[in-house]
Design a protein around this ligand. Structure first.
Ligand code: SF4
Ligand code: SF4
Length: 400
């Protein structure tokens, strides 16, 4: 096995709290739940027993880790066990497709959006994708217009900047406007922001797909880039909570045997966290709000934002905008968990997991659904039929 830094399962006290918080265990009997699949079965795995298919149902949403009072990294235990299983039994084509989304996204860069998006909507291509395990009902995200994708790339020439934007693959290829909006907010606070190309995909889709060796390579590249930026006194800001979680905490947790991977995670901040601090310390003033859109806005907190443990900063920011009406849906996981809900055999589970949120969104009477996570937004639109936006894009609308 490539990985030998598995956590001691004996830290688990078998309290079952994680099982109560696992959205997948609540949605399907095919999954044994965090306690059983994680620490309990880990004892068998360590004794050399083969794993079984149930492990493949963990979505890596991390709700078990958020809930566990004993600090057992249940999701990471599952992901490392999945990696070992895949090394032995081979990788599914769909896990390669979704795992290497960053590299595939790069190939899309010279191509116009209409060509990419019409291909992804073509029934023949969807049938082919289904043959490799991507459910044809899955709400695949749409590529952004070429000009927008280019505009974000051009920000790499911004010179010596103290603030670096790590857009993440979703922002880079599907919603570059989110990155551009955040840059504009930071410029209002007096920062010059650059989007350097020394960083690669954070590696989370590879971890979830059982491709731990490829994830480790991404971790090494990004850790070196973080080291250089830390030396220059820079901060790395990302609009994606999952990328923030990976760059800040997970390299050290997944690869503790590798020196230096965890050293500079502290310079990575989720964008809402950074901007809230700017507001609280007076560097960004909300006194110059130009316009406040009417109506109700519905907010969904991504699981990986909650796993970061930094609160709900974007919701707090919007709460400081006088007259803006934002409601926290507080209705649990949306089900998509990165690419989990795109996969055949998982699509129905993901829709069942998200059903509470979809109902809350529909009942809210909101005209726009907000969330920091790109794939949560895709799933919210798919499940509740509402248009969506990153909460900081709404903030920029208000700032004008
Ligand atoms: S990561 Fe999510 S799906 Fe997996 S065991 Fe934990 S709570 Fe359940
Ligand atoms: S992993 Fe944590 S929450 Fe789950 S049963 Fe063990 S101690 Fe309890």
């Amino acid at each position: 096995m490539e990985h030998d830094a598995r956590h001691n399962p004996d830290d688990c006290t078998a309290c079952s709290i994680c099982t109560l918080h696992c959205p997948v265990a609540m949605a399907t009997l095919k999954f044994r739940g965090p306690k059983m699949t994680g620490p309990a079965y880990e004892r068998f795995r360590l004794a050399g027993f083969d794993d079984d298919e149930a492990l493949q149902y963990c979505s890596n949403c991390k709700n078990c880790e958020i809930a566990c009072p004993s600090g057992v990294p249940v999701a990471n235990l599952n992901m490392l066990a999945r990696a070992a299983y895949c090394q032995k039994n081979g990788h599914a084509a769909r896990d390669m497709l979704t795992g290497y989304c960053g590299d595939l996204g790069k190939l899309s860069l010279p191509l116009p959006a209409f060509m990419l998006n019409s291909s992804l909507k073509n029934p023949l291509i969807r049938a082919l994708l289904e043959r490799v395990g991507i459910d044809r009902r899955a709400p695949l995200p749409s590529f952004a217009p070429l000009a927008q994708r280019r505009r974000l790339r051009e920000k790499r020439r911004a010179g010596k900047a103290r603030v670096v934007l790590f857009p993440g693959c979703f922002t880079r290829y599907y919603e570059p406007q989110v990155g551009l909006d955040i840059i504009k907010i930071l410029e209002k606070a007096g920062y010059t922001v650059t989007v350097p190309n020394e960083f690669v995909c954070c590696g989370l889709p590879l971890v979830t797909g059982g491709l731990i060796g490829a994830a480790r390579k991404r971790a090494r590249i990004n850790s070196l880039a973080l080291k250089r930026r830390a030396k220059a006194g820079a901060l790395v800001i990302t609009p994606c909570p999952s990328c923030a979680l990976m760059l800040r905490h997970e390299y050290g947790a997944l690869f503790p045997e590798e020196e230096g991977l965890a050293d500079n995670g502290h310079i990575v901040l989720e964008a809402g966290e950074f901007i809230l601090n700017l507001i609280l310390n007076g560097r960004l003033s909300l006194s110059k709000i130009r316009s406040v859109p009417e109506g109700v806005f519905a907010y969904h907190a991504p699981c990986h934002l909650r796993a970061l443990g930094t609160g709900l900063p974007a919701l707090e920011i919007l709460g400081h905008v006088p007259g803006l009406h934002v409601e926290n849906m507080d209705a649990g996981c949306c089900g998509i968990a990165g690419s989990y809900g795109f996969k055949k055999g998982k699509y129905e589970i993901a829709m069942r997991v998200g059903s509470g949120l979809f109902a809350a969104l529909k009942d809210s009477g909101a005209k726009l659904a907000l969330s920091e996570c790109g794939t949560c937004r895709v799933q919210m639109k798919h499940g509740a039929g509402l248009p969506t936006a990153h909460p900081l894009s709404l903030l920029l609308d208000c700032l004008g």
